[in-house]
Ligand binder design. Structure first.
Ligand code: ZN
Length: 422
């Protein structure tokens, strides 16, 4: 079998045929070149308006990079025709079915590169397939643009909003995810985490689709809460369980830090190296940590430590999530807050106050019948962090956005005759 036959099988081009393939270059830097020729009756298509017209002349041959074969780069060679377009009334370069615009890469190669860019870094993909980082970037950008244009957005009923820290410093992205069961994906990215950066989401999504949203899962970030209440009137705003638990953990840690400093001033080192003992779930403690915790509990004097009291409050709140009736959960939460307020441990009291303010939203979690496990938004956000690392090599906002959509957008891909990988 000729290689051209194989090429025709995996990458047929209607109206064109492959000529004899040639191997050129020294060993180690070989290239496979395959000239393409239009069929005799094939008329060139105007790239401006899509009308077929007579050929005016031919441009010098151009190369289009194809998926490599056996570790050898493959190039398609074609002399573009210029069309004397009857519609545009001028001479225009033809449009070819295997590539877009001035791209030196075939569409299948773009899709191929982009699919690899999902599993490893862009730099790595470039070096594996004989192209530069920028070529991989362009491939991903093209596939993402296609996907965004062709995605269906009418089935969105549950949304999760979270922020993600972009590199170091106070730069944030607002991430909006669809978290419906069976369809979890990134929908939209806002730059910053202010009211101003989140508002365009509702404009983009449109009032009709917004009215169809039934659940909005967020943390206690005020700008989000206000906008959701205003723009998605039919949605129940559910406070994400994960964020509540995480905030409580921070409060416990604050108690520990303050108390430890105080004890240190008195020459005591009771709480040294205990940070993770109070932050981790008891089941996740290492054997050493478990022993350390046991030793601390064994001394009754320690039980008066604010840190340990705060820790027990934290563990106790876990029971909240076991309720299934909102009223029962509410009664438990009220009781918990009352006990915390009596403890006079300041960071914990601040938490209780916050919980009281957001009581309604917290209980929405039970009204939404616990449809969302706390991990959904968090899981997507963790993936986003990995995606940020994939785009390593350039950190502009545009590049980052494309990388994130590529990774998490669950975008539809352009149709191809043959999948060159997985
Ligand atoms: Zn035209």
């Amino acid at each position: 079998m000729h290689i051209e036959t194989l090429l025709r099988h995996v990458h047929p081009i209607k109206g064109f045929s492959y000529e004899t393939m040639r191997l050129s270059g020294e060993r180690g830097s070989e290239r496979l070149c395959c000239p393409i020729r239009p069929h005799r009756r094939n008329q060139a298509i105007c790239s401006a308006c899509g009308t077929a017209g007579p050929t005016y002349d031919h441009l010098p041959p151009r190369t289009f990079q194809m998926v490599p074969l056996w570790g050898i780069p493959v190039l398609l060679l074609y002399a573009m025709r210029r069309v004397s377009c009857p519609q545009c009334q001028r001479i225009v370069v033809e449009r070819v079915p295997w590539a877009e615009g001035k791209s030196p890469m075939t569409t299948v190669f773009l899709v191929f590169l982009a699919s690899w860019a999902k599993v490893t870094t862009w730099k790595e993909v470039g070096s594996r397939f004989y192209v530069g980082w920028d070529a991989v970037y362009r491939a991903v950008a093209w596939v993402v643009a296609y996907g965004k244009e062709h995605r269906v957005l009418d089935n969105v009923t549950a949304i999760g909003v979270d922020e993600i820290q972009r590199s170091h410093g106070q730069r944030y992205l607002t991430m909006v995810y669809q978290i419906d069961r069976g369809c979890r994906r990134l929908l939209w990215i806002g730059r910053g985490r202010t009211k101003k950066s989140f508002k365009p989401f509702f404009t983009w999504f449109g009032p009709e689709r917004c009215a169809r949203i039934r659940f909005f899962c967020t943390d206690m970030w005020k700008p989000y809460l206000d906008l959701i209440a205003k723009n998605a009137p039919n949605a129940i705003n559910v406070l994400d369980r994960f964020h509540l638990v995480a905030k409580l953990g921070l409060a416990v840690d604050e108690v520990r830090r303050k108390e430890m400093a105080k004890l240190r001033a008195m020459g005591k080192a009771v709480l040294v190296r205990t940070r993770w003992i109070w932050l981790k779930r008891p089941a996740n403690l290492t054997r050493k940590q478990r022993r350390h915790r046991q030793d601390l509990f064994a001394n009754p004097v320690n039980l008066n430590l604010k840190t340990i009291k705060a820790y027990f409050f934290r563990l106790d709140l876990d029971r909240l999530w076991t309720f299934s009736i909102p009223e029962h959960a509410g009664a438990f939460l009220d009781d918990w807050c009352r006990r915390v307020m009596r403890s006079r441990i300041k960071p914990m009291m601040a938490m209780a106050r916050t919980f009281r303010v957001h009581r309604h939203l917290i209980l929405n979690y039970f009204r939404a019948c616990k449809v969302f496990s706390s991990g959904v938004v968090e899981g997507l956000n963790n993936k986003a962090k990995v995606g940020m690392r994939r785009a390593y090599g350039n950190r502009s906002d545009d590049v980052l956005e494309i990388a994130l959509f590529h990774q998490l957008g669950a975008l539809p891909e352009p149709p191809v005759t043959h999948r060159f990988c997985g």
